[in-house]
Design a protein around this ligand. Structure first.
Ligand SMILES: [Zn+2]
Length: 69
């Protein structure tokens, strides 16, 4: 029996600059790959299809969804 406390499940973040994904409780200030201040998108899968774990590839693939001004 598992208790769903949520403390164990960490979200996945994807750098909008280089596409680097990492698993952390919060997105980092500096992308480990770019070594720059990047924007990170939450690409965690929240559907039962992947057991609420892993990366949602539909989200991860959509990186040009936000318009830049
Ligand atoms: Zn990056």
């Amino acid at each position: 029996m598992e208790n769903h406390t949520g403390s164990e499940a960490q979200p996945y973040w994807k750098c909008k600059g280089c596409g680097y994904t990492l698993k952390l409780s919060a997105p980092p200030d500096i992308c480990p790959s770019c070594r720059e201040k990047c924007e990170f998108a939450d690409v965690t899968c929240y559907t039962p299809e992947c057991g609420f774990k892993g990366i949602d590839h539909r989200l991860a693939g959509q990186q040009e969804d936000i318009r830049k001004q």
